[in-house]
Design a protein around this ligand. Structure first.
Ligand SMILES: Cc1cc2nc3c(=O)[nH]c(=O)nc-3n(C[C@H](O)[C@H](O)[C@H](O)COP(=O)(O)OP(=O)(O)OC[C@H]3O[C@@H](n4cnc5c(N)ncnc54)[C@H](O)[C@@H]3O)c2cc1C
Length: 420
């Protein structure tokens, strides 16, 4: 989904405020220290510097994270300086636009599809018309020193013309702006060595940076936050089972590594040169295979992540993101996505006769209903919507119910069952 980042920020801000979170704009972390009892942040705000003690501190402060640096967490990886990418809000000649397909017909060059990294042997050209804003033009070139000084629309035009090999006249977008006009040289691919230093944790770009190709960064960071949120809440409430907070790193760091792998692979596949063109031809052949498309799509969406739920012979859904089931319940039809808003452990009981009395672990909310096409008859869903346990049996047996209790104990510390 193409969602402007400002809209994402707005939605998250509204939700945080609804939950009573205080957001302090213009307050900058300048130092931190921690001991066995607390972590103390030094913060500089509009009225000066103050100290803020807390039980935990989560650094969501981006790729240059001071939290990460002050915590002594290494950020190994690679920096490349052989690419220059330029992006601008700009209009292209109206007669080049194909209203039906959204593609661009460039005289003397050919068709450029919209919203795609269009590569040729000279570089990459991107053209997009995001709804409600000016068209976006972007290029990527190799082994050219970036021009000095502020980026200009003329520089954007020259770069687009070099890549497509014909003149690409650009005109400024309408209105006062601010309009995007950006030049980036090189880029970093780095992954934090650790996601935690005692009471300090890292999420989002503070923990990982990589090429923006394919746009996986925001999803990756949001999934970090969702994974960490419920675990940290349990830790603060005092009912987290031992080791729960450590699973944040063991689950999320490999997910970031996957993104590092596919963004580096994509960067290699859009580089110039005949060898890369040959590799792309071969890759395109492989992508004619439906299973391969599925695999690559899941990789890029991050939906191929499977967490280790500690089960010897897990159900195929265990460890995976729960499918967004539509349940028919006594009080109407509801989607699983709507049920997970409370961020509580959920047991979906879709069995014909209902799970036996006493099978439900304490602290777990039970939703009873029907979902005829569901790939399971019962699922234990974590607050981050990952499946901790599942069964496909119409009547889960004692061994399965023991596994359900074990899963609840492992993730929620809830081992007692609700009396019949
Ligand atoms: C050119 C480009 C294009 C991209 N395109 C996409 C895309 O299409 N799709 C996608 O999903 N991702 C994209 N990304 C990546 C995406 O922008 C990031 O993954 C995402 O913004 C990371 O979010 P974050 O909250 O972790 O960090 P950031 O968005 O970097 O936010 C960090 C915040 O911390 C604040 N901060 C920093 N230091 C301090 C301090 N000491 N004290 C207090 N506050 C501090 C900063 O001001 C900032 O507000 C792109 C990135 C780039 C550079």
């Amino acid at each position: 989904m193409l969602v402007p980042q400002a809209r994402v920020t707005q939605v998250l801000t509204e939700r945080a405020r609804e939950l009573g979170v205080e957001i302090r704009h213009g307050h900058e972390l300048t130092g931190l220290s921690q001991d066995g009892e607390a972590v103390t942040a030094t913060v500089t705000g509009p009225r000066g510097t103050y100290r803020l003690p807390a039980r935990h501190l989560v650094g969501a402060d981006g790729g240059r994270s001071l939290t990460r640096k002050l915590s002594g967490i290494a950020f190994p990886g690679v920096t490349r300086d052989d690419t220059v990418s330029r992006t601008a809000d700009a209009h292209l000649p109206a007669e080049w636009m194909d209203e039906a397909t959204g593609a661009l017909h460039v005289p003397g060059y050919g068709v450029v599809p919209p919203f795609a990294h269009h590569r040729n042997e000279r570089g990459v050209f991107v053209f997009a018309t995001p709804p409600g804003r000016a068209p976006l033009v972007s290029t990527m070139e190799w082994k050219r020193a970036g021009d000095d000084g502020p980026m200009t629309l003329e520089e954007m035009r020259a770069s687009a013309s070099r890549v497509l090999g014909v003149d690409v006249p650009l005109t400024p977008p309408d209105g006062d702006g601010p309009h995007l006009l950006r030049r980036l040289t090189g880029g970093n691919t780095r992954l934090a060595e650790r996601y935690r230093d005692r009471r300090v944790l890292l999420v989002g770009d503070a923990a990982h940076v990589h090429s923006a190709i394919g746009g996986p960064g925001l999803n990756l960071g949001l999934q970090d936050a969702i994974n960490l949120g419920w675990k940290l809440a349990a830790e603060i409430r005092g009912d987290a089972p031992p080791g729960l907070l450590d699973t944040y790193e063991s689950e999320r760091r490999p997910a970031a590594h996957r993104v590092v792998v596919h963004t580096r692979a994509q960067s290699a596949l859009i580089a110039p040169g005949g060898d890369v063109t040959a590799l792309r031809e071969l890759f395109a052949e492989l992508l004619a295979d439906r299973d391969t498309v599925r695999r690559i799509a899941d990789l890029m969406a991050g939906s191929d992540v499977r967490y280790d739920m500690g089960t010897a012979s897990p159900h195929p859904l265990t460890g995976r993101y729960a499918p967004d089931l539509v349940l028919r319940t006594g009080s109407g039809t509801v989607r699983l996505a709507a049920l997970t808003v409370t961020a509580r452990p959920l047991l979906l009981d879709l069995t014909e006769d209902g799970l036996p009395a006493g099978a439900v672990p304490e602290g777990v909310e039970v939703v009873t209903g029907r979902a005829p096409d569901a790939p399971a008859t019962a699922l234990l869903v974590r607050p981050d919507s990952y499946v901790a346990w599942a069964s496909s049996s119409p009547h889960p047996d004692t061994a399965e119910l023991d596994a359900l209790r074990a899963a609840a104990g492992r993730w929620f510390g809830a081992v007692r069952t609700v009396p019949a």
